[in-house]
Design a protein around this ligand. Structure first.
Ligand code: AKG
Length: 404
């Protein structure tokens, strides 16, 4: 059983359900039961990791589907509580050796951390997102075979479910050892075969409107990757450096670079002087790294292999909101003030558990960026000289204002 929709009651409310648990299913109705769906709301027996939300609309076939597939227990009540999937167990835990290596080097390659089935569904989701759901990817592509976007979990359910309900939060907490873990955000970096776009060397912390060190990123590749096909490389131990570098994006966005920080050296040319490390990876292997470690990647010099990567990031206890010029724009309302711990609907808690108020809206359906937040950011770009006609060009302006 995959997913379906059901019209419940006379109120024209369409309930949508999705079966996700491996082998999970919604039980068959008891034979002979009165299965009319007209005047009361059905309470559904939903096994572990099954979940459903609400859409508006009508569907006759959905009505049949619910009759065929669900155990219905008619009651007078009109509201059915939203149920969230329980987070799944990681398919494997990090070993003590991996955790020690992470602490020493600032990065590890965790082999076989994710299952093949998850990688397959992410491939499908990513290709769909690139063509249909992204904010930035089409506009920033510039014909070079590079696609990237951020906060896709707000629009795409596969991304959302991996972020909030998979085993990743628990693995993150093996590193963070936090009282509470929040999902920070996710991002994708696609370099199609032959894409020459490099990811300049950088430290992630320079890009973010937060302070704190307890952030961990999972870099997930959906393709076999080598240095030649744009494998990510790191300077081992650089997480301990005091030096901070400019936030240089693959598109050299002028807004993000508008700080006094120096540009990071191209460490790929300094291999004799620095401990530069990278790994040949297979789908399922995951790079795990912190916010201070220097990293970058070359273009994809393979002629026949795409390099599709996703980065999911989690935050622990010491991370505070710290809005600054030249950091990634937040295009959703978040209600945070400088100095606040992360939380709320943009950076929801995932451990010890999700909080209903933080994710209920997103659970109902995709949450496009807030027009107010978008407008505010575009105005800010303009005020600071990066808007249309401004002397400094930011690709964010072009992409977000739809002039891509
Ligand atoms: O995939 C890339 O080239 C860049 C990834 C990256 O810098 C990151 O995830 O922090």
């Amino acid at each position: 059983m995959g997913e379906g929709e059901a019209l419940i009651g006379d109120v024209g409310v369409l309930k949508r359900w999705k079966s996700r648990a491996p082998g999970g299913s919604i039980r068959d109705p008891s034979p002979g039961r009165d299965q009319r769906l007209t005047d009361s709301t059905a309470s559904l027996e939903v096994p572990r990791a099954e979940s459903w939300g609400i859409l508006s609309g009508e569907s006759e076939s959905a009505r049949e589907m619910i009759v065929r597939n669900l155990t219905l227990d008619f009651r007078e009540e009109v509201c059915v509580p939203i149920k969230f999937p329980k987070p799944s167990e990681p398919s494997r835990w990090l070993t003590d050796d991996e955790i020690s290596a992470y602490e020493r080097d600032g990065v590890i390659c965790a082999r076989g951390l994710l299952e093949d089935s998850l990688i397959d569904s992410l491939r499908q989701a990513l290709e769909y997102v690139i063509t249909d759901q992204n904010l930035l990817a089409r506009n920033l592509d510039a014909g070079k075979g590079f696609h990237g976007d951020i906060f896709v979990w707000k629009l795409n359910d596969d991304f959302r479910d991996l972020a909030l309900f998979s085993g990743l939060p628990q693995v993150a907490n093996q590193i963070l050892r936090a009282k509470q873990v929040n999902f920070f955000y996710e991002q994708f970096f696609v370099k199609r075969a032959g894409c020459s776009v490099e990811t300049p060397w950088h430290q992630d912390i320079s890009f973010w409107p937060v302070e704190g060190e307890a952030i961990v990123s999972f870099w997930i590749t959906l393709d076999s990757v080598t240095r030649e096909s744009s494998g990510l490389e790191f300077v081992r131990g650089s997480q301990n450096w005091e030096q901070r570098y400019k936030a240089v994006t693959p598109s050299y966005d002028a807004y993000m670079m508008d700080t006094d920080l120096p540009t990071a050296p191209d460490f790929s040319t300094l291999r004799d002087d620095y401990d530069v490390v990278g790994w040949d990876m297979e789908p399922g292997d995951v790079l795990i790294f912190g916010p201070m470690v220097c990293h970058g990647s070359d273009g994809n010099h393979s002629n026949d292999r795409d390099r599709r990567a996703l980065a999911f990031r989690y935050a622990g206890d010491d991370v505070r909101f710290a809005p600054r010029h030249a950091t990634m724009p937040l295009l959703w309302e978040h209600g945070l003030a400088a100095g606040d711990s992360l939380g709320g609907s943009l950076f929801p808690r995932v451990l010890p558990s999700v909080i209903e108020e933080e994710i209920a809206r997103r659970w109902e359906g995709p949450e496009p960026p807030s027009p107010r937040a978008l407008q505010a950011f575009l105005e800010y770009l303009k005020e600071t000289g990066f808007g249309p006609g401004g002397e400094k060009l930011s690709l964010f302006d072009r992409a977000l204002s739809g002039d891509g």
